[in-house]
Write a protein that binds this ligand. Structure first.
Ligand SMILES: Cc1cc2nc3c(=O)[nH]c(=O)nc-3n(C[C@H](O)[C@H](O)[C@H](O)COP(=O)(O)OP(=O)(O)OC[C@H]3O[C@@H](n4cnc5c(N)ncnc54)[C@H](O)[C@@H]3O)c2cc1C
Length: 323
């Protein structure tokens, strides 16, 4: 019988090291355990449920969460040969991307090298269509299997049905018919190619080293706070100013980090949180004691400044969980 733990600190599960307690917390290892958890939640009359992955993109509130946090630790992985060159990998959503990459190196599988150093779980990566170095998880997804927490239905969606786009997918959609936080991704099937293990490993290490050089990884953080800005949304004068900075990843964008830097906001502190000087699209918990309110204030400060200077509305990439 799986037990729901009570009053669990979310700080421990947050890459930011910020967050109060969740009333209930559980880590099911498979679908049977997940179903058992939902039965219990129903019996106890729990209304609010939140799905957690690696907590690498999450801002928890200092007041915690008045509900149940489900952190699926579905970690099974298996590869099957489709042709001498093509390999299909079936992986559990709770698998860390780093563990998936180790598997790829071990089995000589190529296609995910761009994800070197990408923290978090496979489920989290699929939900937000994580990407870097001109790669995105959607490029390798064949299908995604998910479980609807409301009606218990299992759905298998082919890549095209997942509505992948820049840092989003059908699993992130909010509003009418929202799947966000309703469908828990349980398994992902990926298409990879046979490659050379040594080359794959070196390519992954290259990305990890690049991240260490460019990102403030010595401090608690949750990666890029804002999405980069599609050049179609950038006024002409700012476009001219940012001409040399435009990146095509996956379409032409002005990096949010460039705008924040141009606005002179590097190093700006509120309470225990600070805009990183090393990578201005990162907010770091430099003191180790930042409050969620410090981070929220810093985020709205940046948005206001960028809007007044460039007439650009920055959109958050990170997820804030209300208590
Ligand atoms: C240092 C650093 C560097 C980063 N670099 C990049 C980068 O290069 N590119 C990039 O795209 N992102 C990057 N990120 C952001 C983050 O790592 C990714 O968004 C990651 O994919 C999130 O996965 P997670 O498991 O940590 O999700 P979490 O942070 O735990 O959750 C994020 C969202 O996904 C949902 N979720 C998680 N698991 C599931 C599931 N199984 N089913 C349904 N919903 C789920 C949660 O409900 C939540 O809404 C970086 C973060 C850090 C800290």
């Amino acid at each position: 019988m799986i037990k729901l733990a009570k009053n669990v600190s979310l700080k421990k599960y947050s890459h930011f090291k910020i967050g109060g307690q969740a009333d209930f917390f559980v880590e099911p290892k498979n679908l049977e355990e997940l179903k058992e958890v939902l039965e219990k939640a129903k019996k106890e009359g729990m209304k609010k449920i939140f799905i957690l992955g690696g907590g690498t993109n999450m801002l928890f509130d200092d007041k915690g969460f008045r509900g149940l946090v489900i952190r699926p630790v579905f970690n099974k992985i298996e590869a099957s040969e489709i042709s001498p060159d093509d390999i299909e990998v079936k992986a559990g959503s709770g698998l860390l991307v780093g563990e998936l990459l180790n598997f790829c190196v071990e089995k000589n599988l190529s296609g995910l090298e761009w994800a070197g150093g990408l923290p978090g779980t496979l489920g989290g990566a699929v939900r937000g269509n994580a990407g870097a170095f001109k790669g995105e998880i959607k490029d390798s997804v064949i299908k995604v299997i998910s479980f609807n927490l409301t009606n218990g239905k299992i759905t298998e969606r082919k890549n095209k049905e997942c509505d992948f786009y820049y840092r989003t997918s059908i699993f992130k959609k909010k509003g009418n018919n929202a799947l966000s936080n309703k469908e828990l991704i349980i398994e992902v099937v990926l298409a990879l190619k046979k490659g050379n293990g040594e080359n794959i490993k070196n390519s992954i290490l290259e990305k990890i080293n690049y991240r260490h050089l460019r990102q403030p990884l010595n401090y608690p953080n949750i990666g890029s706070i804002f999405k980069n800005v599609n050049i179609e949304k950038v006024p002409q004068a700012t476009l001219e100013l940012s001409e040399k900075e435009i990146k095509t990843d996956p379409f032409p964008v002005v990096p949010a980090a460039f705008l924040i830097s141009e606005a002179g906001l590097k190093g700006k502190k509120i309470g225990g949180a600070k805009i990183s000087e090393k990578h201005p699209n990162f907010i770091i918990n430099f003191s180790g004691r930042a409050k969620s309110s410090d981070v929220k204030k810093l985020i709205s400060f940046v948005k206001k400044k960028i809007f007044s200077k460039f007439s650009i509305y920055l959109e958050e990439e990170v997820v804030y969980l209300k208590p």
